[in-house]
Design a protein around this ligand. Structure first.
Ligand SMILES: Cc1cc2nc3c(=O)[nH]c(=O)nc-3n(C[C@H](O)[C@H](O)[C@H](O)COP(=O)(O)OP(=O)(O)OC[C@H]3O[C@@H](n4cnc5c(N)ncnc54)[C@H](O)[C@@H]3O)c2cc1C
Length: 244
């Protein structure tokens, strides 16, 4: 029996940033050019409320999901303003909306405290059990690993302990990245961090998303001094405030 009640049941103790988003699926009057979609991460948009990007994913030739995402200090989502922003984006990119089909939204914690709940209670799995990527808010890779582990091994004993240690080591590094991002940068400067990150080699980026980073990957991510906009004074002030 597994308790996997999802992100709402995650005990988000400690300081947190948030990945929050609104996505709207549209039926378009005509197909967008294959040159324009999919568009994975368009961060040329105004950097309001933290690192912000929009993606456009084609679902069918005339159906697209346009999602507006923020790496923000707060959980607030102003739906009417976000909807307007997405429609303006669609219009500016030449998409003619015929119909609005559905919406999806979420506010996912990106914790940067030092403790990690993953594995504290073996029977709590999924997001609620801390089995997610602290720097992206995604949980699919962890969910697959936990399911595989449970299906093939035990929920206690040396193999489980080793599995929890591995996750926690990866998660601790991700929390450090969150701490640098949320404490050391003004919201509008956070884009610089991602601009540099996505210039790393693809294998490092893939291992980052999968939470399978090597020590060399960790060095590559931190190597070369902080991206533009980092303030040590701001980092120390905010990091101290967040531990009080
Ligand atoms: C819109 C959206 C898109 C996302 N996209 C991605 C993505 O592309 N990739 C990715 O890796 N992550 C994504 N995430 C983040 C995360 O992976 C998902 O939230 C994922 O579904 C979490 O899985 P989970 O099993 O922990 O919880 P959930 O999928 O939320 O499942 C929890 C289940 O528990 C049930 N439940 C809750 N309380 C009770 C109760 N008291 N009794 C009985 N049942 C209960 C709920 O009804 C639900 O079925 C997304 C999140 C959102 C909100």
């Amino acid at each position: 029996l597994s308790d996997a009640r999802g992100p709402d049941a995650y005990p988000a103790a400690g300081p947190c940033g948030y990945q929050k988003f609104l996505g709207v699926e549209y039926e378009l009057a005509e197909s967008p050019s294959p040159r324009d979609v999919p568009l994975i991460m368009d961060a040329r948009v105004p950097q309001t409320d933290g690192y912000r990007f929009i993606y456009v994913l084609p679902i069918t030739p005339t159906r697209v999901l346009i999602e507006d995402t923020y790496f923000s200090d707060t959980t607030a989502l102003d739906f009417p303003t976000l909807r307007n922003g997405i429609e303006t984006y669609a219009h500016d990119h030449g998409y003619v909306i015929a119909n609005t089909l559905r919406e999806e939204s979420g506010v996912l914690p990106l914790p940067y405290g030092r403790s990690d709940a993953a594995g504290d209670t073996p029977n709590v799995t999924g997001y609620a059990g801390g089995w997610f990527h602290p720097a992206t808010g995604y949980s699919l890779p962890s969910a697959i690993r936990v399911a595989h582990h449970i299906a093939t091994g035990a929920r206690s004993g040396p193999a489980w302990d080793q599995f929890v240690r591995h996750h926690r080591s990866q998660a601790a590094f991700c929390r450090l990245l969150n701490r640098l991002l949320f404490c050391g940068y003004k919201p509008e400067a956070r884009r610089n961090v991602f601009e540099r990150f996505y210039q790393l080699n693809e294998q490092t980026i893939a291992r980052f998303y999968a939470m399978e980073m090597t020590w060399a990957d960790r060095l590559r991510i931190l190597f070369g001094g902080p991206p533009r906009g980092f303030s040590l004074a701001r980092y120390v002030r905010n990091a101290r405030k967040s531990t009080r």
